[in-house]
Design a protein around this ligand. Structure first.
Ligand code: BGC
Length: 733
């Protein structure tokens, strides 16, 4: 009996022990069978008020600013939000990752530099954009980050915008699809994605004070449409609101942008995070829909706690902020599958992916007398000139800057600030030599025009590399290449009739020398394998297929706004932000986008101007013929045939544009669909393209709804926005 009761007592103790050890259902939100929203609600229910506040702001500048406190466990990225370990909620470790993971070198890590996002858009390849995001997501995970804060989709309203290399061009549909796919690629790795900078952050000059004005209709059909499509496809965990004002209200406390459009009309379930120091208030921002202040807590720390206590911000709003963060964390998988910084990045896979995207993105703009591709069996001498092409290839700056393996390929090895050029060790000279082992390949830095011209004169082919460094925080004042490179190209082209220009630029540039050179390639910033990709195209091992995702204007005077807003040329100084007085830096100025949706190709078409190179343009080493267009009005698809009429394998990017019925009075095309079509010599394919429904619609502000106008649409198909050999007029509804 005694023994028995002892056994019973032991058994009871065991039971009570079991009851005390955490059971699976002690954290019921870890049940993956529940929806992210249900799981988030359970956690919100457990949180104290102080914990809720902790989840809606960052830890401060951390590793971004010297001297700022860095908490233990910080992963070395641009942002951190402390988690709630007692409930199993990890810290949010955010990394800038527009074109690859930023800030890797200080942690002795490696990150792959991808081509610029503008380059990725020039591939018009949703698969390439997916790979792009996959590289970023994979490397973020390997480095222990759980959120990307890339995903820039601001449209190229101004071709001089300093951050265009981070953005996918001027068309809302191409941009939205590109960035949506990129976000899918990131999130495929169970990493949280982001889309930014919401919204109308279309110039860097005075970006923290500029007050943008555009009609709601124009915004919905342009910049906001790019976000709408990007969010629909990518379903990013967060939306980053921007520095600028829109219609008098800061973007991060803008009820129209955040509450009305993003959360109500688009049913966006994730959280809105402010750009770094783009929060300007507590109550107004919280009520307007901002969910997280970054990087610090000036507004969403104690002041928010107090505002909820006194009722000026409802408790339900604070709970909603936290819910949105947590549901995004659950939905992405960072709670169930937390990344730990123990895996090594695979640099070879990253490089191969980067090269693949670069090869699809490089655009052949000019090819007189088929100067390209170069034939190594017949060329004996080549001059490579300029742009440090003997040591590396340029990358874009600012918060998108990726650290170069081994340091900057030019001096200084470690740049002194975030807006100093960094070259990556993919020297075009080396790969040109590899392609032409029998030729004498000489290099000239291009700094002495006479010396460069002399060398060019002595060889069969001169290849001038011309680059343009761009960085967050300022725009280019003009469309011209910097550092007298126009003069260099002119001097070389006078000395050698076989001059080829390779542009390594963040933005479109003007080309006053265009008619005097034989060949022109636009290589954007081509990434870690840029040298290889350029050489492969020059020598024809890759047939160029990229097409411009942005119009190349001839001059600034052809633009809707010949001068960037906020720049007062009459003041004598350039007016770029770093030159401004403290007062100028605080005083808002308007940017009136009176052109509405008519920028880029829509501007050039509707004002009958000829660009230097139109949107959608790009040559190939072969030729294509289009025929037999038909439209299925019910299904809203277009079917047509494309034939490769040349001798080489090539990939044509077929484009489908619509013009809305006459009653809308729109006198320009809208891109509605496209497809990359690989074709063997003489091969012919018939393809059917769906049309993006919103490209066919107008936004009715009074009804707050999209409408598909009645009447005949023009449906036009071809190889660029200004070369549309097939056309049909038809109703589409
Ligand atoms: C940029 C953002 C970036 C943030 C954090 C800001 O200056 O506008 O794009 O994510 O800094 O580095």
């Amino acid at each position: 009996m005694h023994l028995r009761s002892t056994a019973l007592a032991l058994a009871l103790t065991a039971v009570s022990c079991i009851a005390q050890t955490p059971q699976p259902d002690a954290r019921p939100w870890m049940n993956t069978a529940l929806s992210p929203d249900e799981r988030a609600d359970m956690v919100v229910h457990e949180l104290t008020q102080a914990e809720k506040i902790q989840l809606v702001h960052g830890i401060g500048w951390g590793p971004l600013r010297e001297g700022a406190p860095v908490p233990p466990g910080n992963n070395g990225g641009a942002g951190e939000v402390l988690g709630i370990p007692r409930l199993g909620i990890p810290d949010l470790q955010q990394a800038d990752s527009a074109v690859g993971v930023r800030m890797a070198a200080p942690e002795s890590r490696y990150a792959t530099l991808l081509p610029s996002v503008l380059g990725a858009a020039a591939s018009w390849d949703p698969e390439a954009a997916l790979i792009y995001g996959d590289v970023i997501g994979r490397e973020l995970r390997a480095q222990g980050f759980n959120q990307s804060i890339g995903g820039g989709v601001d449209l190229a309203r101004d071709p001089r915008n300093g951050r265009l290399f981070e953005y996918p061009g001027e068309d809302p549909v191409l941009a939205g699809v590109t960035v949506g796919q990129l976000i899918r690629g990131v999130q495929k790795n169970q990493i949280m994605g982001d889309i930014k900078h919401y919204a109308m952050n279309d110039q860097e000059t005075g970006r923290t004070i500029v007050d943008v004005h555009a009609t709601h209709k124009a915004m919905r059909e342009s910049d906001l449409l790019a976000f709408e499509i990007g969010i629909r496809i990518g379903q990013p965990s967060s939306v980053m609101c921007s520095y600028n004002k829109v219609d008098g209200d800061w973007a991060c406390e803008n009820d129209y942008l955040l509450n009305q459009v993003l959360k109500r009309d688009w049913h966006y379930p994730g959280f809105v995070v402010s750009d770094w120091e783009a929060t300007h208030s507590t109550v107004k921002a919280a009520r307007a829909g901002l969910d997280m202040q970054m990087p610090g807590d000036e507004y969403f720390g104690k002041p928010l706690l107090d505002a909820v206590a006194d009722g000026s911000v409802p408790q339900s709003r604070l709970d909603d902020m936290v819910h949105r963060l947590l549901r995004s964390m659950f939905a992405a998988g960072v709670i169930d599958h937390p990344p730990t910084p123990r895996f090594v990045v695979d640099p070879f896979k990253g490089r191969d992916d980067s090269q693949h995207i670069a090869e699809e993105s490089i655009v052949l703009l000019r090819n007189q007398n088929n100067v390209l591709p170069l034939d190594p069996s017949t060329i004996h001498s080549i001059a490579v000139i300029g742009a440090h092409a003997n040591v590396g290839i340029l990358s874009g700056g600012g918060s998108a800057q990726v650290d170069a393996p081994g340091g900057n390929a030019i001096s200084p090895k470690t740049p002194t600030s975030w807006n100093k050029p960094v070259y990556f060790p993919s020297a075009p000279l080396r790969y040109i030599r590899e392609h032409a082992p029998q030729a004498d390949v000489h290099f000239d830095p291009g700094t002495d025009l006479a010396a460069a011209a002399k060398l060019a004169h002595s060889v069969e082919v001169a290849i001038v590399f011309a680059d343009q460094y761009m960085s967050e925080g300022s725009d280019s004042l003009t469309l011209s290449l910097p550092n007298h490179q126009d003069d260099l190209i002119r001097a070389v082209s006078v000395a050698n009739p076989h001059t080829i220009v390779v542009l390594v630029t963040g933005n479109p540039v003007s080309m006053p020398w265009v008619d005097s050179v034989s060949g022109i390639l636009e290589a954007w910033y081509p990434g870690i394998a840029g040298g290889q990709a350029i050489a492969d195209i020059l020598f024809g091992s890759t047939n160029p297929s990229g097409k411009l995702p942005i119009t190349f204007p001839r001059t600034e005077s052809d633009l809707p706004h010949p001068q960037i807003f906020g720049i007062d040329a009459s003041r004598g100084d350039a007016g770029l932000p770093e030159n401004w007085t403290a007062k100028q830096k605080e005083t808002s100025f308007p940017a009136d986008y009176s052109e509405g949706v008519r920028f880029g190709y829509k501007w050039f078409q509707s004002t009958h101007r000829q660009p230097l190179y139109p949107f959608g343009f790009g040559l190939s080493y072969t030729h294509y013929r289009y025929s037999r267009l038909s439209v299925d009005a019910q299904a809203r698809t277009a079917t047509f045939t494309v034939e490769n009429t040349g001798q080489r394998f090539g990939t044509e990017i077929a484009q489908l544009y619509v013009q809305l019925p006459a009653a809308t009075q729109e006198n320009f095309h809208r891109l509605a669909g496209w497809q990359r079509i690989p074709l063997k010599p003489r091969e012919r394919k018939t393809v059917t393209l769906p049309m993006e429904p919103l490209a066919l619609a107008g936004f009715n502000v009074d009804k707050n709804a999209w409408e598909w106008p009645h009447g005949d649409y023009v449906v036009a198909v071809g190889g660029s926005s200004s070369d549309l050999p097939l056309e049909i007029k038809t109703k589409l509804n």
